[in-house]
Design a protein around this ligand. Sequence first.
Ligand SMILES: Nc1ncnc2c1ncn2[C@@H]1O[C@H](COP(=O)(O)OP(=O)(O)OP(=O)(O)O)[C@@H](O)[C@H]1O
Ligand SMILES: [Mg+2]
Length: 271
Amino acid sequence: MREAEPMREAEPMSEAELLGKPGLDGKPELIRDVGTSTVLQVRGLNVYYGESHILRDVDLTVKSGQMVCLIGRNGVGKTTLLKTVMGLLRQRMGEVELAGREVSGLPPHGRARGGIGYVPQGREIIAQLTVRENLLLGLEALPGGLSRNRHIDPVVFELFPILETFLNRRGGDLSGGQQQQLAIARALLGKPRLLLLDEPTEGIQPSVVLDIERAVRRIIQTTGISVLLVEQHLHFVRQADWYYAMQKGGVVASGPTTELSKEVVDRFLSV
Ligand SMILES: Nc1ncnc2c1ncn2[C@@H]1O[C@H](COP(=O)(O)OP(=O)(O)OP(=O)(O)O)[C@@H](O)[C@H]1O
Ligand SMILES: [Mg+2]
């Protein structure tokens, strides 16, 4: 579900921080070359919106090539966790490490260039731009950004053929499922090592849910990209290697998805 309440800008990074921090721009190899099997390590994360304590001591690990699923009912803090990993929100305490490197000081674009791809809840496709233009935005995450990169890797059309057919259509004219495919493709074009997917099947018709599920599986199998997924569809959740269940801003259960019991599913999934 989308958060419907008015947004209180609590602790996002300031404009100066977003623009001015020395990041890893142009030097993603600093991150990519680290030889470690842990892609994402979150430790003791505490995040507040104003005085509301939203995330409480969250620990989470994503290993290389793994698909990890975050489950939990509405409002428990799943999106807040993903936004904090992406650098859109700042933690009050705790650490976020990407491939063994602390990234807490990096703004979102520094983390994107360091290898995190983000598909936000609700997709955030730019309605006025064409599919091609929306895809090009994904190239911003590459070294040199859009000024140096103009090539749309056709692998995204193998994953999502409809995008090639609709290249010149406005993003706003696509169906919800097509927009979701576009958002995933856009994130992939930045060549991430870790893809954050926030409820990619929310509000999407069942046949397209399966298309997206298959595409995500294929991305992991063929590219070795790791995925941290927020998802409510049990079938999709079961595709993951590992799950973390959240309640009231904390992780209250975790384990291999093969051990996801009916009790856990009933407690933590809304559907
Ligand atoms: N911009 C904001 N300002 C203030 N409070 C917020 C803001 N965004 C979210 N919250 C609150 O933080 C808590 C966690 O929200 P979050 O969006 O992370 O939950 P979620 O698990 O993603 O929920 P959903 O399943 O509905 O997407 C909720 O209580 C929500 O009301
Ligand atoms: Mg959410």
